[in-house]
Design a protein around this ligand. Structure first.
Ligand SMILES: [Zn+2]
Length: 271
């Protein structure tokens, strides 16, 4: 059977990198083929016809030609350009954290249309103005769940008992939260304590991601929720997130230097 070498995919550009002198390498999350690396030849040259579609956050149909090393972009039709991540550095950083995680964990050439549609839904909410913090909590727990790494949150990962104390012990190495009794028999080395409200918020957003519009929590409890999720990712991926470091600088800087220094913060973590 003859298979065409060029086929279209619907995709979102997760990351772009300079490649050789003039090319750009794109990391795409596609509806049809999962994660794909594709080369846009000449796209570092501003007048190049592929250049407009090779920006992070572009949602487009790409026509890809199969090639030995990377697919090559032959044509595209832009569906949406995300504008918020170009003017809101915190939103960009949140997007980059998620991009890194997807690039790290989603397999090449493994189509998962539901995941693609959900990521697209989340990207739409970010574009519409969702709080980057709540957005980041919600999309991370949904991705963890989709990848089979859903942590136990409000029940003990060892004995299953319901947890209701104010401070909950959480250890990625045992699969999540752990009750007092089970801690006695096996206290995991990576245990950390989190306020139950942070875990409840994560759980609620896993059940109903739409709650990002209405759910409220004190800022430090959101921050705890994010730290818990980062710990859990780090355990599974064994990788440090560059974008997460930038996020921490941002949020720390916002607490200690509220307004005047904002323009001097670190550059965006990916591009
Ligand atoms: Zn237990």
């Amino acid at each position: 059977m003859f298979l065409s070498r060029i086929a279209p995919v619907q995709a979102i550009v997760l990351r772009t990198a300079s490649w050789r002198e003039k090319d750009r390498l794109l990391v795409l999350l596609t509806k049809e083929r999962g994660k794909v690396f594709a080369l846009a030849q000449g796209a570092q040259v501003p007048q190049n016809r592929l250049a407009p579609a090779t920006q992070i956050g572009t949602i487009a149909a790409f026509w890809l030609a199969r090639a030995r090393e990377f697919d090559r972009v032959t044509d595209y039709r832009i569906e949406q350009l995300l504008t918020r991540i170009r003017r809101d550095a915190l939103a960009l950083t949140a997007f980059c954290i998620v991009s890194e995680l997807i690039e790290l964990t989603v397999p090449l050439e493994a189509n998962d249309e539901e995941m693609f549609n959900e990521v697209l839904w989340f990207v739409g909410r970010l574009e519409e103005g969702a709080s980057p913090t709540k957005w980041l909590v919600a999309i991370q727990i949904r991705l963890l769940w989709r990848l089979g790494w859903m942590p136990h949150l409000l029940s003990c990962s060892s004995c299953g008992s319901k947890l209701d104390k104010e401070q909950i012990a959480f250890a990625p190495s045992v699969g999540g939260s752990i009750c007092d009794r089970c801690q006695v028999s096996k206290m995991p080395a990576d245990v950390q304590f989190f306020h139950i409200a942070s875990l409840q918020a994560i759980y609620s957003l896993w059940q109903q991601p739409r709650l990002i519009e209405t759910i409220h929590l004190r800022p430090n409890l959101w921050q705890q929720a994010l730290i818990l999720l980062q710990n859990h990712w780090r355990y599974h991926t064994e990788a440090e997130s560059k974008a997460w470091k930038v996020w921490q600088q941002f949020t720390f800087a916002r607490i200690s230097q509220p307004v005047t220094r904002q323009g001097q913060l670190s550059p965006p973590p990916c591009r």
